[in-house]
Design a protein around this ligand. Structure first.
Ligand SMILES: Cc1cc2nc3c(=O)[nH]c(=O)nc-3n(C[C@H](O)[C@H](O)[C@H](O)COP(=O)(O)OP(=O)(O)OC[C@H]3O[C@@H](n4cnc5c(N)ncnc54)[C@H](O)[C@@H]3O)c2cc1C
Length: 246
């Protein structure tokens, strides 16, 4: 992987790093450069410490941590793509995001031409953002390390109100890990967010939605605009409707 990146950089060839390709739209003219598809594998669990190779399928890795009885990423089940892409936009859903559990990201630094280990703080995570998005052509993520929690088979405290409602618990409660994962998968499926090859409404070219961050002053006009907007009067199929990100 590093050799391919070095070769492209030495030749001055544009480089496109592709994980699962779930959040990537390629123009009809194609990409004039080197496309590097990350297909590395590696799932290593040492107590509560998890290391994933960048090419691991994220949702499968989540399932394995749940099977292992470890909490921290169970609500991120069903998010398409690779483990290596999760730090890029600080992947998150249903009250969890990876910034809460990532301890280190091992990456190839194309500027320094060396492999570096970035601490959680160095990743500068914020809502769907990170150092990697700030400097998009600099790092290729090789491995991601997480610190999970052994809570005797229970989930991390449920934070997201919709998940708590679906589980019939209060926000802050813990539930069995498998129940948390399955509930999130059901909620995602009910919104067409889990790929079903037979259901066109679940086919998706990506998800660019982020929840709007409103100031106290801007809340009222936005709500009015939404109520009087086209969403209520001109329903469209779910696959084309703006989905609210959990
Ligand atoms: C139906 C659907 C639902 C989704 N739901 C959510 C959600 O709930 N929460 C959420 O946060 N996201 C969600 N997403 C977005 C998507 O799952 C994430 O962005 C995911 O991390 C993309 O992974 P990928 O491996 O497919 O990345 P790709 O689509 O292959 O790449 C995405 C970007 O990351 C870069 N990249 C990928 N791998 C690496 C690497 N190893 N090193 C450096 N750069 C890399 C690529 O160059 C590209 O810029 C959803 C997408 C879809 C289609």
């Amino acid at each position: 992987m590093i050799a391919a990146v070095r070769e492209a950089d030495a030749a001055g060839t544009p480089l496109l790093v592709i994980g699962g390709g779930s959040n990537l739209v390629i123009g009809d003219k194609g990409f004039d450069g080197t496309a590097l598809r990350i297909a590395t594998t590696g799932f290593h669990l040492d107590g509560t410490r998890l290391e994933l190779a960048a090419g691991e399928v994220w949702t499968d890795a989540v399932a394995r941590t749940v099977e292992a009885g470890l909490a921290g990423i169970e609500c991120l089940a069903g998010i398409p793509g690779s483990a290596g892409a999760t730090p890029i936009q600080n992947v998150g859903a249903y009250g969890q995001d990876v910034s809460a559990t990532v301890t280190e990201v091992v990456a190839y630094d194309r500027r320094a031409e060396e492999t570096v280990t970035l601490t959680n703080a160095a990743c500068a995570f914020s809502y769907r953002h990170s150092l990697f998005k700030d400097q998009p052509d600099r790092y290729v993520v090789l491995r991601v390390r997480f610190e999970l929690e052994d809570a005797d088979g229970m989930s991390a405290p449920i934070k997201y109100p919709e998940t708590a409602r679906a589980l019939g618990v209060e926000a802050g409660d813990r539930v069995p890990l498998a129940t948390a994962r399955e509930t999130v998968l059901k909620l995602r499926a009910s919104k067409g967010m889990v790929l079903d090859p037979a259901d066109h409404d679940t086919w998706s070219a990506g998800s660019f939605f982020t929840n709007p961050i409103l100031t106290a002053g801007s809340t009222r006009p936005s709500s009015r605009a939404w109520r009087s907007g086209s969403a209520r009067t001109s329903p469209r199929p779910p696959s084309r409707r703006a989905r609210r990100e959990p």
